[in-house]
Design a protein around this ligand. Structure first.
Ligand SMILES: *[C@@H]1O[C@H](CO)[C@@H](O)[C@H](O)[C@H]1NC(C)=O
Ligand SMILES: *[C@@H]1O[C@H](CO)[C@@H](O)[C@H](O)[C@H]1NC(C)=O
Length: 432
């Protein structure tokens, strides 16, 4: 009996000793670790950040039941704003990654300024191929966020010679820090928990390559097209590969910036040059320049799958323009409209893929919803009977304009839509 308790005391003492030693090591290593791993917090010099201050979203009340139904377009609002209006605006500079919420936006030929100008691609036997949240294993892209910083002549640090000015601003890409396994990982996790270490890492890329920079333009496949894009792959830090679960030494992941003179012209359902004076085009958007959603339509879908996903955010559907006012699915028949001062064509309805099954806040993919619910009742387009529709694909009738939150939405023309599918290379459809 006594010998057992003796051993017990000895091992107790030993544990205490090791514990103490660990503490000393930890206390010594901690500041060193933080020093090595934390990047100093400095914003791009001479620039201002685009978009709403964080924590201020025009979607903060998106689950309010008042959005479940529409209001007449001539309804008098207490705040004096038009009852059919733009509720929120988003641009998604890096395809499939987190968006930036805006108060107003310039709209250029390819859509909202900066929208889908950058994309990740994977190198395969036939070259670089665009990768999105849809691709297996890439749902972690949902937690990659971007910030756009544009030159600000009113900043005291503004100076034409700075690289940030030469590149027309910068995009900051951030992603969750991955703690390695083992004791170091434990320390890193503790440091993040007590906020000694930032939980996200980041790097920056030029918004536009400056004239003397060395980013060759190479073809990147997106659907059937292979537009030229600047190869920014050398700027990817190894920790980003690690975050995406790829081996940095052999990872075929690349980052590309659309080349402004090699945008993809789009036809299919888009209005033609003869009609609006220019052929609509996009950078890395799937099909058309702008994507619009009506919040009442989204609420209708969200309520139908509320038992599986109680709070289905409209942000899952990655629209550029979210409107409020019209009743659910009124937009199904819009052909032409005016948003603020800008005339806009509805090219077709948005045919949905399974991408909205990924939760933008957690990066987790639901096995079924909301795709299942959508397919149950939203396969409404004659041109594609297999896929569900939600929202509209838009083409502005002018090459440059501006849209702001609160702008009135006026429907000028309604009619039928018939979706024209994306063709495989070489495939032809009569009359298209
Ligand atoms: C793109 O850049 C990466 C990294 O610098 C390089 O390894 C790759 O060969 C480049 N690809 C092309 C097609 O230029
Ligand atoms: C959008 O949100 C901002 C504050 O975050 C608010 O000042 C503004 O009135 C909102 N706009 C509309 C049209 O709801």
């Amino acid at each position: 009996m006594s010998s057992t308790s003796g051993t017990f005391e000895v091992s107790n003492l030993g544990a205490l000793f090791i514990f103490g030693l660990l503490w000393i090591v930890a206390i010594g290593i901690f500041p060193l670790l933080v020093l090595v791993l934390s990047s100093p917090d400095h914003n791009p010099k001479g620039c201002r950040r685009l978009g709403r201050p964080s924590g201020q979203s025009n979607l903060s009340d998106e689950y309010d039941p008042k959005y479940n139904k529409g209001v007449p377009s001539d309804h008098k609002e207490d705040n004096g704003l038009p009852s059919w209006r733009v509720k929120a605006l988003f641009t998604y500079p890096l395809k499939s990654c987190g968006g930036i919420e805006l108060q107003k936006s310039d709209v250029v030929g390819t859509g909202l300024e900066f929208d889908r100008q950058f994309a990740f691609a994977e190198e395969t036997a036939d070259g670089w191929n665009c990768r999105t949240l849809r691709n297996a294993g890439f749902q972690r892209m949902a937690l990659i966020h971007t910030e756009i910083w544009v030159p600000d002549p009113s900043s005291p640090e503004y100076d034409d010679r700075r690289p940030e000015m030469q590149s027309g601003g910068v995009m900051i890409i951030s992603y969750p820090r991955v703690a390695p396994s083992g004791p170091l990982g434990v320390l890193i996790r503790i440091a993040m928990m007590i906020r000694l270490l930032k939980s996200r890492r980041s790097f920056q890329v030029p918004l536009v390559p400056s004239k003397d920079s060395k980013y060759p333009a190479v073809p990147v496949r997106i659907w059937k097209d292979r537009p030229l894009a600047y190869n920014y792959s050398s700027l990817l830090p190894p920790s980003l590969h690690a975050y995406l679960g790829l081996d940095p030494s052999s990872s075929p992941l690349g980052l590309f910036r659309a080349h402004p003179s090699h945008n993809r012209e789009i036809f299919r359902n888009a209005p033609r040059k003869e009609q609006i004076g220019f052929q609509p085009n996009t950078a890395f958007a799937d099909a058309y320049p702008i994507h619009l959603l009506n919040i009442a339509s989204h609420r209708d879908v969200a309520l139908r799958c509320a038992d599986v996903i109680p709070r289905l955010s409209i942000r899952r559907f990655r629209a550029n323009i979210i409107v409020q006012g019209p009743e659910a699915f009124a937009e199904d028949h819009w052909k032409r409209m005016e948003i603020g001062e800008t005339e806009i064509y509805a090219a077709c309805r948005t045919v949905r893929c399974r991408l909205p099954n990924v939760d933008p806040d957690t990066g987790e993919r639901d096995k079924a919803e909301p795709d299942r619910t959508l397919k149950e009742y939203r396969r409404i387009d004659e041109g594609d009977r297999t896929n569900a529709c939600l929202g509209l694909q838009l083409v502005p009738a002018v090459e440059k304009c501006c849209i702001a939150v609160g702008d009135e939405v006026r429907v000028l023309e309604t009619g039928e839509h018939r979706y024209i599918k994306m063709l495989a290379p070489g495939e032809k459809v009569e009359g298209v």
